[in-house]
Design a protein around this ligand. Structure first.
Ligand SMILES: Nc1nc2c(ncn2[C@@H]2O[C@H](COP(=O)(O)OP(=O)(O)OP(=O)(O)O)[C@@H](O)[C@H]2O)c(=O)[nH]1
Ligand SMILES: [Mg+2]
Length: 485
């Protein structure tokens, strides 16, 4: 009788411990975003590499689970969400660690990867039930450009057209946009819609957006999906554009225009785009995210000088960051919280590619990023969301040192580059210049004070060893450590 009772008790105990375990085992949906070329792929590759190779000479001393010895191991496991493309870690780590290393290829949409991180609970209730707990980490990579579409949800087609026309008519976009605006302005808005013409003009508008982004280095691209359409490439839902001078046509005629008219079709596609693309992205993906890291490359825009392009592209980056932040504006007045129920509790802003400057420039880099974020921070609700800014390098590609220049000791960095038109890499040593700790003034751009060189990844890195980095441990500490106690 006593034996049966004991067995039952043990069974109950096991069940209770299993239930507690299941409820306390942790899960984080971590989203990684940033405008194109900001460093998302390199970041995720490094983050995964640091965790799965921990113990093999890792440098994660500011990550408490490693520092305090309760990190056990991490491994990649199959993702749960089968409809989202897989983040191609193997391809990215191979290009970084090949005999002739190169940066991973640009990516164009959303992708996902899952890690299981084993740790020994030391403080939480879990320590009474188990020696080993698991933190499941789902990492999603998605283009920051998609967040630029959020403000459209609050705008009618007329309002959006008016605002976009104003943007297209201002420097530096005006010169190359004029022809397009004139062409569209000559169309009878109430004439029958011609789908071929609509497709052709949408293509021209998309090409303009590409030129803004990739030739003028501008960041405010709307609709963001047009430059990074992912699975929607070629779909008619991406075939619309702003119609100029809509305020000059009769309001009643506009309201009564049928969906078969030129303007009616543009308007209905715009509405459909907001419902089927913008809202769906927020509902299907964004609302799942618990934590977010926004990557920003503040150094490349600092490089442009001698003409107006530097200050214009920097001002545009400022505006884009402001627009991106609207998605984290959880205050009562925020468009986002009025439309959706947000869940993100931690938001990290990282200025990437910090290995492009000498160590003492990291503090100005952070204060510059702070300024970019700060102008919007008054809108952010601190109680709902914990924020941090850091300067990081996901894959450190330079070494730093000192050299004597005109009798003075200056800090320099050294790295490999591939000079234009040449096949052999070259090692160069340089002082890249000082990063302004404030939003740069007009004269900054005339001085050409900054010299940003695209370094290659260093040779000799191994996929079975942690990649060299700057502050990836502090990133992990902020984003994961509280779930591993
Ligand atoms: N030196 C250095 N360069 C970096 C680092 N991270 C990214 N880069 C540079 O930035 C470029 C873009 O990095 P990606 O990781 O591909 O950026 P992305 O945001 O995924 O870009 P898309 O896929 O085009 O959206 C790389 O090709 C490198 O030239 C870094 O940690 N150090
Ligand atoms: Mg990428």
């Amino acid at each position: 009788m006593a034996i049966i009772k004991k067995k039952r008790l043990d069974k109950l105990k096991n069940k209770a411990s299993e239930l507690l375990n299941r409820s306390l085992n942790q899960h984080i949906n971590l989203a990684v975003t940033g405008l194109s070329r900001s460093g998302k792929t390199a970041f995720i590759t490094s983050l995964v590499n640091q965790l799965i190779n921990e113990g093999n000479g890792s440098r994660l001393s500011f990550f408490d689970p490693v520092h305090h010895g309760n990190f056990i191991a991490a491994k990649r496991i199959p993702q749960k969400n089968l409809s989202i493309p897989r983040f191609d870690y193997d391809k990215a780590i191979s290009s970084l660690t090949n005999e002739i290393p190169s940066w991973p290829e640009p990516t164009h949409g959303i992708s996902e990867l899952r890690l299981a991180i084993r740790y020994q609970p030391k403080k939480s209730l879990l320590k009474y039930t188990t020696d080993m707990a698991t933190l499941t980490l789902d990492i999603t990579d998605y283009p920051g450009e998609w967040l630029l579409d959020l403000p459209m949800l609050n705008q009618t087609y007329e309002q959006w057209s008016e605002q976009t026309q104003a943007l297209l008519s201002t420097a530096p976009r005006d010169k190359i946009s004029q022809e397009f605006l004139t062409k569209v302005g000559q169309i009878d808005p109430f004439g029958a819609a011609d789908e071929d013409l609509l497709a052709k003009l949408s293509k021209e508008y998309t090409e303009l957006l590409h030129t803004f982004r990739y030739q003028l280095g501008l960041s405010v691209i709307q609709p963001g999906r047009f430059v990074l359409p992912a699975e929607l490439a070629g779909a008619p839902i991406l075939e619309f554009f702003p119609f100029p001078n809509l305020n000059e046509i009769d309001g009643n005629d506009y309201q009564n225009a049928s969906d078969d008219s030129f303007i009616g079709m543009l308007r209905s596609r715009y509405i459909e785009y907001k419902e089927q693309v913008v809202k769906v992205f927020y509902q299907q993906h964004f609302l799942r995210f618990d934590r977010q890291i926004v990557l920003a490359d503040c150094l490349t825009p600092l490089n442009a000088c001698s003409d107006n392009s530097g200050s214009e592209s920097f001002a545009d980056l400022q505006l884009a960051i402001d627009m991106i932040l609207e998605s984290y504006n959880y205050g009562q007045s925020g468009l986002f919280s009025r439309l959706f129920s947000p869940k993100i509790d931690k938001l990290l802003f990282a200025a990437t590619k910090a290995d492009h400057v000498t160590c003492e420039q990291h503090a100005p880099m952070v204060s510059l990023l702070n300024q970019l974020v700060y102008q919007s921070q008054h809108k952010l609700n601190y109680e709902a969301i914990e924020m941090k800014t850091l300067a990081i390098a996901s894959v450190k590609s330079t070494s730093s040192g000192n050299t004597l220049h005109k009798g003075q000791r200056i800090s320099v960095i050294q790295g490999n580059t591939l000079p234009k038109g040449q096949e052999l890499t070259e090692k160069i040593t340089l002082f890249p210049g000082a990063v302004p700790d404030q939003l740069p003034e007009k004269n900054y751009w005339q001085e050409c004070a900054f010299n940003f060189i695209n370094f290659l990844p260093i040779t000799g890195m191994s996929k079975h060893k942690p990649l060299p980095h700057i502050r990836m441990d502090q990133v992990l500490q902020f984003l994961l450590a509280d779930k591993m106690i």
